[in-house]
Design a protein around this ligand. Structure first.
Ligand code: EPZ
Length: 415
């Protein structure tokens, strides 16, 4: 089991290039199921989660080819319409194959994705949405069975803006007969990227990025070339790390227009964040100012940046309050940060943080993807050595993260 060891104290300086977004690539690769032909991708990140969905698509009969960041998926020979438990349990975003399978083949059997460290992660809105499009859904023995002679356009109203729920139903509706209107949709850039890709494949989707998405069903989609947008959470992670280490880092190949919530919060901590043609330059010389924040659906402050930002607040001048409104259990990193000397108390979905002078290195345990990233940032600024166990969480969502940090001057290595 790999571990990561960090000796704290180095300032991060230099340039880092951001990889393609995990949470854009996953729905885009699922969308290839809709096409009776080959879909070409570039800027695919090299992540465990990408390998997982590739394995799932190949198990269905798709043919994946490519090396590095380019990938082609030939979905013309899909014969199997079942996403098995062993593949889905590795990554709950596998549920994204449900909508495309029902849309193109009229049936699908997908293992219920389990919960994960951060919460129960139900998919009730995905299923209710498919029923609104005429699918018959049964859930038994841990599997979702969905059937529909042909999906028919309908009205869908999400109880709350679910990211993969919006993506799943968008992919289901593009081949439904007639018009579908999805309301209270997620507005994330990854949702917009999927809508744009579907339209290049011949779909008719409008309104993505707003709360109301209108889709006029079409007969079939055709092959297209899709480029994956940069990962705003990876970019945000490096920006927060630069601020925490009082460094000076240029984050390249990112989309500042996808990071408004992160950039404005970072500026409130007193560090300078400059948007320049090459990317975003973050440098911090003075003290870190405390600031409160709550996680919200996009364009609010992203829950996937909560753990990373908490480290910054742990060594800020005064006290701050963090309110996690998206997931019911996303403070798993707090115990580990407390072991490193952070002064944090939890009450429900609120974390009260009192800034301390410095953290101290310690052996810590990663619990989920973004919590692991926060432990790296804590290790970078702590006095002494930090050893992070269970780094397989990191490899799910970060492409060679320790190499990127060491290129910025961090004393970090995988053991
Ligand atoms: C997506 O998860 C992301 N994953 C998550 O990133 C991200 O944290 C999350 O959106 C919120 O931004 C991918 O895009 C692959 P939701 P998703 O449906 O779609 C509840 C990471 O680190 N809900 O927007 O699963 C749910 O429990 C991951 O990269 C229902 O109740 O999140 C949660 O409380 C972690 N019923 C809230 O909605 C449903 O049917 C928002 O979840 C669906 C969701």
């Amino acid at each position: 089991m790999d571990k990561i060891e960090i000796r704290g104290g180095s300032k991060l300086e230099g340039e880092v290039t951001i990889s393609g977004a995990k949470n854009a690539a996953l729905p885009l690769m699922a969308a290839a199921i809709l096409v009776d032909g080959i879909t070409e991708f570039d800027n695919i990140p090299d992540l465990v989660d990408i390998k997982s969905i590739k394995a799932l698509l190949e198990d269905l009969g798709a043919v994946c080819r490519g090396q590095g960041a380019t990938l082609s998926i030939d979905a013309s020979a899909i014969t199997k319409l079942e996403a098995e438990y062993d593949l889905v349990r590795k990554m709950r975003a596998s549920v994204l194959v449900l909508g495309p399978l029902v849309a193109r083949f009229g049936s699908a059997r997908v293992s219920l994705p389990g919960g994960c460290a951060i919460g129960a992660r139900p998919v009730d809105m995905h299923l209710r949405g498919l029923e609104a499009l005429g699918a018959e859904i049964t859930v038994e023995h841990g599997y979702i069975e969905a059937r529909a002679e042909a999906l028919v356009g309908g009205e869908i109203y999400f109880d709350l803006p679910t990211v993969t729920g919006t993506e799943n139903l968008m992919m289901a509706a593009v081949l439904a007969r007639g018009q579908s209107v999805l309301r209270n949709c997620a507005r994330e850039p990854e949702v917009v990227a999927l809508a744009q890709a579907l339209n290049t494949m011949g779909a008719d989707v409008s309104g993505a990025g707003t709360a109301v998405i209108t889709i006029n069903g079409v007969e079939k989609l055709h092959p297209a070339a899709v480029s994956v947008i940069p990962d705003r959470i990876e970019a945000g992670t490096f920006m927060v790390a630069a601020a925490a280490t009082h460094g000076d880092v240029l984050v390249k190949e990112c989309r500042p227009d996808h990071m408004g919530g992160i950039i404005s919060k970072l500026k409130q901590t007193g560090c300078s964040v400059e948007v320049i043609p090459e990317g975003v330059r973050v440098c911090s010389t003075g003290e870190i100012q405390s600031t409160d924040f709550k996680t919200l659906p996009y364009p609010g402050f992203p829950t996937d940046m909560q753990a990373q930002f908490m480290v910054l607040m742990a060594v800020a001048r005064k006290n701050s309050v963090i309110h996690e409104t998206i997931f019911e259990n996303r403070f798993m990193h707090v115990n580990e940060l407390q072991r490193m000397g952070a002064d944090i108390s939890i009450s429900g979905n609120y974390a009260m943080i009192r800034g301390v002078e410095a953290l101290s290195g310690a052996p810590v345990m990663a619990s989920d993807l973004r919590a692991s990233a926060s432990l790296i940032i804590a290790g970078l600024i702590a006095r002494g050595t930090t050893r992070i166990n269970r780094v397989y969480h990191l490899d799910r969502g970060y492409d060679a993260i320790e190499k990127k940090f060491s290129a910025l001057g961090a004393d970090i290595q995988r053991i």
